[in-house]
Design a protein around this ligand. Structure first.
Ligand SMILES: [Zn+2]
Length: 117
């Protein structure tokens, strides 16, 4: 088994790759985890990130969105409908991106520290 360090785990998470081999794809679609790595056969279904990725999205993107919304409101004083149009377009893709990254990172950390094969 190849041992990947912290930088390797971060790189594999950023690329959505298997934490063990760094080549197989972790995701089946946008956020679903593949049952197993197609390259090395690592059982990915044994790892469950739970609510961790959602919490990362809520805390990170929520804080960024509130700060930006307050700044936009103070700076430009737009009508409320402008906020209603802008923020879903900004928040939804960023939330999906953060959840995807957090899910891959948590999967890699679980693989590394739990040692599940
Ligand atoms: Zn693999």
């Amino acid at each position: 088994m190849q041992q990947i360090g912290g930088a390797g785990l971060l790189k594999s998470a950023l690329l959505g790759r298997c934490p063990q081999c760094g080549r197989g794809h972790v995701f089946l679609g946008l956020l679903d985890i593949q049952p197993a790595c197609s390259v090395c056969g690592l059982d990915l279904s044994a790892h469950d990130a739970g609510d961790g990725p959602a919490m990362a999205g809520i805390f990170l993107i929520g804080a960024i969105a509130v700060i930006l919304a307050l700044w936009v409101d103070a700076r430009f004083e737009p009508d409320l409908w402008v906020h209603a149009v802008i923020w879903p377009v900004v928040v939804l893709p960023l939330s999906l991106l953060v959840m995807r990254l957090a899910k891959a990172m948590l999967l890699g950390l679980q693989w590394r520290h739990r040692g599940t094969q």
